[in-house]
Write a protein that binds this ligand. Structure first.
Ligand code: RB5
Length: 366
């Protein structure tokens, strides 16, 4: 197990003593935050550093110590996917795991002595999440988190997952999930949803002032600056989203990436790649309706980066947590936009509940 430890100056001594107590066990530790107890170190910096590492699964768990444990807990809980719990005794340490599945434990270096701190950590580490009704409650927290609009101000380095709770998008997703929806309607709705999602994916495009003359006077308006956008569908299902996006961003250039999965190794292989020559200067949106295992998405991002692409986001209609984690692990700089985050993958790699094979449903090839 990998545990990231972090503290500010006030938590440094307790953190060091916990770190020593973990030596020699099967735990691999990482040390972040203050380098000593003397110089003031702001607890949010340590909390965001450790929290981001746990959120992107660089570490399995985190332990954060400040003076009271309160500041660390407030800051770490701002990171999507983090459940940081402040514990003052063994009982709360144990319950933080059993009921809350806390992936970060926070402690107060001015409130808890070394011996008690070690006992709390042991209680937390040896407890197991009890699931059942507690899972339902945690799912409520995660789905609230997923539905909340992203501020775009997440701590630097933390991977971003943006989901859409707009009623129009949710309504249309509901229709395309239905297996009785015709190919014609399915195709139209995929384009419409992709178009609606473009509003959010293009939210941070830079604007520049431009002078125009209205019939009345001269005024300054905003115009999108720079080289703008490249849409890169992953063949073939990604094609189903392109026209919907082009309706809103008609000047975008379109690249294409063909990737197939080797039936023997299940590894993705590129068979086609044609990208705009100035790809390095563009905001790139890789599109694929389904983010399932994440294998094709990771391969497509690898390919785009190898051709010079840097500003990349991934747009999918439906994503599985497995695919999101895989992309975030390999490419934490890529923002994932998805209209729905589903439950899991089944044994055949289909998203559950999902909508089946998007390519087959778009092109009627079942
Ligand atoms: C630092 O003096 C102290 O405010 C900090 O360690 C922590 O207790 C905040 O919650």
């Amino acid at each position: 197990m990998r545990i990231a430890l972090g503290s500010d100056h006030a938590g440094f001594n307790l953190k060091s003593c916990i770190e020593k107590s973990l030596h020699g066990s099967s735990v691999i530790t990482g040390d972040f935050g203050a380098k000593g107890p003397e110089n003031p170190f702001d607890y949010p910096d340590a909390a965001f550093d450790v929290g981001s590492r746990v959120a992107r699964k660089e570490y399995d768990l985190g332990i954060l110590v400040c003076g009271t444990g309160i500041g660390m807990s407030i800051a770490a809980n701002k990171i999507p996917g983090i459940r940081a719990a402040l514990a003052y005794d063994e009982e709360t340490g144990k319950l933080a795991r059993e009921h809350n599945d806390a992936n970060i434990l926070t402690l107060g270096g001015r409130k808890t002595d070394c011996e008690s701190g070690i006992r709390i950590v042991r209680a937390w580490l040896s407890a197991e999440f009890q699931g059942s009704r507690h899972s339902d409650r945690i799912r409520k927290i995660s789905s609230f988190e997923e539905r909340s609009p992203s501020t775009g101000n997440e701590p630097e380095g933390s991977p971003r997952l943006v989901t859409f709770d707009h009623p129009l998008i949710q309504h249309k997703i509901g229709i395309i999930r239905n297996k009785h929806t015709s190919v014609k309607v399915f195709r139209e709705l995929v384009q419409e949803i992709a178009g609606l999602m473009v509003y959010e994916t293009t939210r941070n495009l830079p604007l520049e002032p431009v002078t125009v003359e209205t019939p009345i006077t001269t005024t300054t308006v905003s115009s999108i600056s720079g080289k703008k956008i490249a849409i890169v569908p992953i063949l073939r299902a990604g094609l189903g989203m392109v026209d919907g996006m082009l309706q809103l961003i008609p000047n975008a250039k379109v690249g294409h990436i063909g990737i197939y999965r080797d039936p023997g190794t299940l590894e993705p292989h590129e068979y086609y790649c044609k990208l705009p020559g100035d790809i390095g200067e563009r905001d790139i949106i890789i599109v694929d309706p389904m983010l399932a295992t994440g294998g094709s998405a990771v391969a497509a991002i690898d390919l785009v980066k190898s051709k010079g692409g840097t500003k990349i986001s991934l747009l999918s209609l439906i994503a599985a947590p497995e695919g999101v984690s895989r992309v975030q692990d390999k490419h934490p700089d890529v923002t994932i936009f998805t209209a729905a985050l589903d439950s899991h993958l089944d044994d055949h790699g289909y998203i559950v509940p999902g909508l089946g094979d998007a390519g087959d449903r778009l092109f009627g090839t079942r």
